[in-house]
Ligand binder design. Structure first.
Ligand code: HSE
Length: 380
């Protein structure tokens, strides 16, 4: 069915959406673009959000601005008027998922969020499909293209962290403020959304997270010498009415699929009762893949699809479900019981991710270059 939409923002993702629609989906027409005057030179643009909402025949809004409070107000205003919203903005969904879902539920409009997690990977929709039938007992994944690109290039080409980050920005993978990528905040947002859908909870703010800012070529070489590597990973688990989730660097065997995910690619896995383990692999960042995910949502919307979000289960937070060992390189003092396992690296044994995060923060205060990664299996 033909549909008129408006774009909010005109950065990498919105441009990808616009290009894909114009070239491949003639039934979905961009009627207005809300953006800064310098972002697009077109008669479609406006900087008056109310005027945009009044566009005759407007049936959906694509929100790809980034930020939290202003997009929240825009999304709520659109939903309240019965205008459906497709967003790629994980920060606003992670911070206000329950509120936005309730507004959509109340108005009968749809809130579509495929592009918030995993770029072009059809992760959200498949998670919803699995959760219709199965209890999801765990998920994990590499959910940030920028940091995967950085580690991948450092391993393959021996490149320096800063140079590869600049390249990731040039390629349109990194967030406007790349600290959101390298400090794990981007994955934290994606993990909140994933845990909320996987476990039926409002997971906002409970999930400890840190990133790979301090990983060095030396770390990657030391791990490689033991046929290991490190990736920034989201993990979540549910067991007997309890759940835990975290975002941390994770030590992996080089032989695993996750260890071999290249460049801006992501991999996302889940385990359900009857479906077993599913893995989804594809480009996790960039205007075309993420724009593609937005366009898929728009097409489903035009066909009448309406997701239902159930975030009110009584599953309770229990970080001990993700207790593991941790590998640490730091010049800050550790406990005498924390033994050196690889020259220059110590192991902290059997700590849950909330406690591990607190330890990491203490070590960082003394040594800002501290590196600390989970070792979920018996690898060191
Ligand atoms: N900065 C994000 C990433 C973009 O690198 O994965 C896609 O969410």
């Amino acid at each position: 069915m033909p549909m008129n939409i408006a774009l909010l923002g005109y950065g990498t993702v919105a441009r990808g959406v616009h290009r894909i629609l114009e070239e491949r989906v003639p039934d979905i027409h961009v009627a207005r673009v809300f953006c800064l005057p310098q972002e697009v030179d077109s008669e479609l643009k406006t900087s008056d959000f109310q005027e945009l909402l009044d566009t005759p025949g407007l049936s959906a809004l694509v929100e790809a601005m980034g930020g939290i409070e202003f997009p929240r107000q825009c999304i709520l205003a659109a939903l309240e008027r019965g205008i459906s919203v497709v967003t790629s903005n994980k920060a606003v969904v992670a911070a206000h998922f329950a509120e936005l879902a309730a507004a959509a539920e109340k108005s009968g409009a749809s809130l579509m969020i495929e592009a918030t997690v995993g770029g072009g990977i059809p992760w959200i929709h498949n998670l919803e499909r699995v959760a219709r039938i199965d209890e999801v007992s765990s998920f994990s994944g590499i959910l940030n293209g920028t940091t995967n690109f950085i580690i991948s290039q450092m391993r393959r080409n021996g490149a320096e962290f800063g140079a590869v980050l600049a390249e990731a920005q040039r390629l349109g993978y990194a967030e406007a403020d790349p600290s959101a990528d390298i400090d794990g905040i981007d994955v934290w947002n994606k993990t909140i959304i994933t845990a909320s859908l996987a476990f039926g909870v409002d997971a906002t703010h409970e999930i400890p997270a840190w990133g790979i800012r301090s990983v060095t070529k030396g770390d990657l070489e030391a791990l490689d010498a033991k046929a290991l590597t490190v990736k920034l990973m989201a993990r979540g688990v549910r067991e007997a009415g309890r759940y835990a989730a975290c975002v941390t660097p994770v030590i992996l065997r080089n032989s695993t699929m996750e260890a071999n995910v290249p460049d801006n690619y992501n991999i996302a896995s889940l385990t359900g009762e009857t479906i077993g383990t599913l893995k989804f692999y594809g480009q996790g960042a960039g205007g075309d893949p993420t724009g593609n995910a937005v366009v898929q949502d728009l097409i489903e919307l035009s066909q009448g699809y309406r997701p239902q979000y159930h975030l009110g289960s009584d599953v309770v937070w229990e970080p001990r479900l993700l207790t593991s060992d941790w590998l640490v390189r730091s010049s800050a003092p550790l406990r005498a019981s924390d033994r050196e396992v690889v020259p220059g690296y110590k192991a902290i044994r059997a700590v849950d991710p909330v406690e591990a995060h607190a330890i990491y923060q203490r070590l960082l205060a003394d040594d800002p270059d501290t590196f600390m990664a989970a070792v979920p299996q018996d690898l060191i």
